[in-house]
Write a protein that binds this ligand. Structure first.
Ligand code: SF4
Length: 372
């Protein structure tokens, strides 16, 4: 960028494009900080199309900070069930309670107060404050970093701290102080719709004339890939009881002292939500699961549990490739297991918050005949 005139043109073109072509999204129709906050949290690592129905349902049940703060955590998690990364929901809930306790139910308007809330980092704080209140804070997340790395042809790992700071400086330089909310959304929209990770649509880009990456013919290769950690293979076995009326048992969210000897990653896998009894295995999955279930079941009258294998479920969490071997255990009457709750196997999420992994296991077991 050669001079101030270029910067004016750059801003004008990007904002003009955004105002004409932005997607219609439910959270773009409001300046309510609660709604913008909710959308930003839901959109972390999650696609827009997946977020929209959750966003609508969540707001119907919790229309404001107060309703969210007063709800039991289990109810909040149930409405989040299926969206993944459940820590987001727990933090949202805690933050709503803090807003009630410390800010009289009003969403705080300064970066310091917003950053003190659980689950809110620099990016989210800047997004909420600029869109809801017009604060002059430029956003920087993975999407915006990609756009900025391409515009200035910045090579190397953008997550490396000095490079990230350079990108933040660039974000601040381009930032239009006259339209903070629209500006930030325009940068995000460019990253989400045209300046995409693969095959950026430079021919449609409103700021293509300023893009160094494009001029050098390296736009698509930026930002450069980080070195990937090798994946670890993990095998688990899950026990799914099924009584004659189609009910099953789920265990409560695993905490530090769990009823089952859980490997440390199982709480992460089941997202600290309700789940089937699950153990990590190295040898015969049925044998270890059987031994664990016998310890778990009260009264010891289920010595001969018949475990019917129900195929395999694959799941990937960060660098772990997980294979779950679910077993169906047909029983006349569900056994007594400490703190376990009965739920219908056909709809395990009807009353309790469960992860997608638990739903996948339930589906696999349903495919196995009750008669076997
Ligand atoms: Fe991205 Fe292409 Fe626009 Fe550059 S010209 S910002 S690479 S879409």
């Amino acid at each position: 960028m050669q001079n101030g005139g270029d910067l004016v043109t750059f801003r004008k073109q990007l904002l003009g494009w955004f105002r004409q072509f932005q997607r219609e999204l439910p959270w773009r129709k409001t300046r309510d900080p609660y709604r913008i906050w909710l959308s930003e949290i839901m959109l972390q690592q999650t696609r827009v199309a997946a977020v929209i129905p959750y966003y609508d349902r969540f707001l119907k049940r919790f229309p404001d900070v107060q309703a969210l703060a007063n709800a039991p955590e289990e109810e909040v998690l149930r409405l989040w069930s299926g969206l993944g990364y459940y820590r987001r929901a727990r933090n949202l809930h805690k933050a709503a309670q803090q807003i009630m306790a410390k800010h009289g139910g009003q969403f705080p308007m300064t970066a310091g107060d917003v950053l003190a809330l659980p689950g809110i980092g620099n990016y989210t704080a800047a997004a909420i404050l600029s869109i809801a209140f017009g604060n002059k804070l430029a956003v920087l997340d993975g999407n915006v970093a990609r756009v900025l790395a391409r515009l200035a042809a910045i090579r190397g790992d953008v997550r490396e701290s000095q490079r990230w700071q350079t990108l933040q400086d660039n974000a601040n330089f381009f930032f239009d102080p006259d339209s903070p909310g629209d500006w930030n959304q325009a940068m995000m929209e460019l990253g989400a719709t045209l300046c995409t990770p693969k095959s950026p649509q430079c021919l449609l880009c409103p700021v293509a004339q300023f893009c160094e990456g494009r001029k050098l013919g390296i736009a698509e290769s930026l930002p450069e890939k980080r070195k990937k950690r090798a994946n670890v293979e993990v095998t688990l076995a899950a026990g799914v009881f099924a009584d004659e009326n189609g009910w099953t048992l789920l265990l409560p969210p695993p905490e530090e002292e769990s009823t089952v000897a859980l490997a440390d990653y199982i709480p992460t896998l089941v997202s600290r939500l309700w789940h089937f009894p699950t153990v990590s295995v190295t040898g015969d999955p049925g044998a270890k699961l059987h031994a664990t279930l016998r310890k778990l079941v009260r009264g010891g009258r289920n010595g001969n549990l018949r475990l019917v294998p129900a195929g395999q479920v694959r799941h990937t969490v960060t660098y772990r490739d997980i294979t779950i071997v679910p077993f169906r255990i047909n029983v006349k009457k569900l056994p007594r297991i400490k703190d376990a709750r009965r739920v219908p196997l056909r709809d395990v999420s009807s009353a309790l918050p469960v992860s997608n992994l638990t739903r996948k296991v339930a589906r696999a077991v349903l495919a196995v005949s009750a008669a076997r």
